[in-house]
Each structure stands twice: as structure tokens, then as C-alpha cells.
Design a protein around this ligand. Structure first.
Ligand code: FPP
Length: 240
């Protein structure tokens, strides 16, 4: 890995917590707990490496299909994360932001998350985005509805909607978190699909898949994935 060519925006699908737990005869939540610890290590390494935006997929719009017990366990973990890690985020000058629709989350989770978002709002180092109740299609539908309203109000001419105008209105857009498109998307646990993550933003992203389950994804694995990204020949549809 070349420390001078670190991608500015890295997104991660943290998959395999359940299988990691099953392999050890542990409940699924023990897997998520171990996954949270792995996430904390990756945030620290990403910040040390000078990544500008790190985005993780923590809860999708489809994850509501899981058992009530698993869902409430995940939100409890989230609350614990933002409470216990706030000091570390401040120390490392990391700014926390959320991609997704927080309104459907339990009140105590929303309050804890909003508090950490506002407490870190002045931090100027890495921006750490947690995708929560996030869905790629949902996000595009939301942007389309915003644009339709602007057309109705006469602020935009029909037929004049551009690529940039859509990008701006996504959670990653300039009007929201401003993290833009990821150069690199990593998915752990051997699955090779996007599962409704950053559908619009991944147009020219490089994908790195690893068989390692998320709780076993170490900072060394993270650097290996960045090294693989650096070995790719990115042409954006053009020629060298
Ligand atoms: C996918 O593994 C993981 C999730 C749906 C949750 C991700 C959550 C964390 C890494 C921990 C906590 C972090 C926060 C911010 C709360 P899976 O359960 O689908 O694994 P499986 O496919 O092996 O069952």
C-alpha cells in the first residue's frame, strides 16, 4: 500500500457478523458486538491514513425484516457506540455524519446519534458517515421527489435536471454530508453484491471483496484492500 495514494472516500459493507457468531456458537448479537469493535479499529486506522470520508453500512432499509430482538440489539449497540466513542472521535478530530432516514429509529437512538453529530460538527479531520436506515433506491426516490417539488414551484425547468442536480440531493451530496462518490467500496464475508448501497454513487467505484467476516477485518486487511485498489487501472470509460 502506498501511503501517498490513499482514496479520499472509502465505503464499507460490513458483512458476516452473524456467520462469525454462528461459527463460534454465539448469539448473532455477539457478532454485531465484535463487528462494532472491528469498526472502531477501522475508523482509527482510516483517520490515521488520511482518508477524508469513511462510510459504513450499519443498517439498511431492508434490515427491518430481522427479528425485533436483533434490531433493538443493533440500536442499543449504536447508542453505546456514540456514547463511548465520542471522546475518541473528538481526540482524533473526526466528524460524525449520518446517511439515511433517522426518523424511523427509536427516540433514544436518534437523540444519542444527533448529539454525537452536533458535538463533532466542528471537527475538521476525517468525516465518518454511518449509513443508518439507508437504502440506495430510497435515496434516489427522495432526490426525485425533492426535484419534482422544485419543478412544481417553478424553480427548475422540466427537462433541465442534470446529473449534478441529482447528486446534490442525495445523502452524499453537497446539501447533505458532502462526501460524494466513493473511489473504493469494500465488502467483507465473501458476498459479491451491493445490497442497495450507494447505487448512484458507485458508477465508477472500484470494488474489493474479501472472504474475511467483518469482525475479523483488521486494519491490516483494510490496508490490503487499499493496496488492491491502488493496483487497479481506472479509466472511467476512457482510454489510457
Ligand atoms: C451484516 O452482518 C451487519 C449488519 C447488518 C450490521 C452492521 C453492524 C455493525 C458492524 C456493528 C455495530 C455498528 C453500529 C454503528 C451499530 P450480518 O448480520 O448480515 O451477517 P451474516 O450475513 O453473517 O448473518
Amino acid at each position: 500500500m502506498d501511503k501517498d495514494r490513499i482514496p479520499a472516500h472509502i465505503a464499507i459493507i460490513m458483512d458476516g457478523n452473524g456467520r462469525w457468531a454462528k461459527q463460534r456458537g454465539l448469539p448473532r448479537l455477539a457478532g454485531h458486538n465484535a463487528g462494532m469493535k472491528a469498526m472502531i479499529e477501522i475508523v482509527r486506522r482510516a483517520s490515521d491514513l488520511g482518508v477524508k470520508h469513511l462510510t459504513v453500512y450499519a443498517f439498511s432499509t431492508e434490515n427491518w425484516k430481522r427479528s425485533a430482538q436483533e434490531i433493538s440489539g443493533l440500536f442499543r449497540l449504536l447508542i453505546r457506540y456514540v456514547r463511548t466513542e465520542l471522546k475518541e472521535l473528538m481526540r482524533n478530530n473526526v466528524r460524525l455524519m449520518i446517511l439515511g432516514d433517522l426518523s424511523a429509529l427509536p427516540d433514544d437512538a436518534v437523540a444519542a446519534v444527533n448529539r454525537a453529530v452536533s458535538d463533532t460538527a466542528g471537527n475538521t479531520g476525517m468525516q465518518f458517515n454511518i449509513a443508518l436506515n439507508y437504502g440506495g433506491r430510497d435515496e434516489i426516490v427522495r432526490a426525485v421527489n425533492l426535484l419534482a417539488g422544485e419543478v412544481r414551484d417553478g424553480r427548475i425547468e422540466p427537462g433541465q435536471i442534470t446529473d449534478e442536480m441529482i447528486s446534490e440531493r442525495l445523502y452524499t451530496g453537497a446539501r447533505e454530508t458532502g462526501c460524494g462518490d466513493p473511489e473504493l467500496i469494500i465488502r467483507t464475508s465473501g458476498e459479491q453484491r451491493l445490497s442497495n448501497f450507494l447505487l448512484w454513487q458507485c458508477a465508477y467505484s472500484e470494488f474489493v471483496f474479501t472472504d474475511v467476516y467483518w469482525p475479523d477485518f483488521t486494519p491490516e486487511e483494510f490496508e490490503k484492500a487499499i493496496g488492491e485498489f491502488q493496483s487497479r487501472d481506472r479509466r472511467y470509460g476512457g482510454r489510457k
